[in-house]
Design a protein around this ligand. Sequence first.
Ligand code: PLP
Length: 385
Amino acid sequence: MRARAEVDLAAVRDNVRALRARAGNAQLMAVVKSDAYGHGMVPCARAAVQAGATWLGTALPEEALALRAAGIGPGQARVLCWVWTPGGPWREAVEADVDVSVSALWALEEAAAAARAAGRTARVHLKADTGLGRAGCQPADWPELVAAARAAEAEGTVKVTGLWSHFACADEPGHPSIAAQLASFREAVEHAERAGIDPEVRHHANSPALLTLPESHFDLVRSGVSVYGISPVPQIAGPAEFGLRPAMTLSASLSLVKKVPGGHGVSYGHHYTTPGETTLALVPVGYADGVPRHASGTGPVLVAGKWRTVAGRVAMDQFVVDLGGDTAGAGERAVLFGPGDAGEPTAEDWARAAGTIAYEIVTRIGRRVPRVYLGELPADREARP
Ligand SMILES: *Cc1c(COP(=O)(O)O)cnc(C)c1O
């Protein structure tokens, strides 16, 4: 195989168990949007449910519908999706028992219309903007949205199953916006409950809040990156300190190893020049595979027992490492990142090298890289199409 991303489903299950233990009495939603942050949505969703996640979260309704189409039924997991646009598949979501997020009147109206057409009740989570300034209803507009939701409940088209919001700075514990958002959320919940809303779940916490802020747990926590074993607060603690293990290992087979003389320019732009006679190894993955071009000259790779650094630019399909005179054979494995326990770099190391966050490193691993699942349970193999 040219390249592969191994995904350890046993790690996903163990991470979910560790997160549930931290969540106390709150239920756990495994966020599996964007193909489970690049790890593969359906296998990871199944693993999370096996380990006790009772909710699955997606951004797009299409992602939520794909979970249902894969056979993850409402008896196994509730599914919430939150990125809607007018004309979206509201009716399909209602018919598939998918909970939908509503931040504005137009969305409530589309959910209610879909429910009327389907002859069912839409399950709606009203989202408050408690300070993130992204999705969610502003405090000034909240009473109107709540009143409209109560009217739709009276009509029987809508049931408000959730009240929720999302943090701006949960990855910076102590940031003043955190307390302000919690206070705003409590007010929004109190207002809705006084108006007669009786939600099943109130939820505000993402991975960093789950791990660092117990008072944000409410009835449900939404855990994304931590399910895949990545620390959401790497400046405070690595995954092991939270009982987590990175699930993805990205590796490639060397496609060429050759001797070159000193003073030889390497890759586009010649941003690296060999300091003396040396061996170069060609790693056949590039930015088309999600290896960040921003890690040109900085990205770490385990080759022939040592960390090497990307020499020169990352190209679309390949990059070069200087083995400094060491030898390696074509076909030998180069490990870009993994859990880090066998001497390889981690996605966090790549994030630092590329000036980004580990979330982006794993999520952007391209479709051209096959996912290979380890730690599948027999039930997964049977369920696989
Ligand atoms: C992506 C997302 C999450 C998960 O965030 P993590 O930091 O990965 O745990 C939770 N809630 C919302 C609304 C999201 O968009």
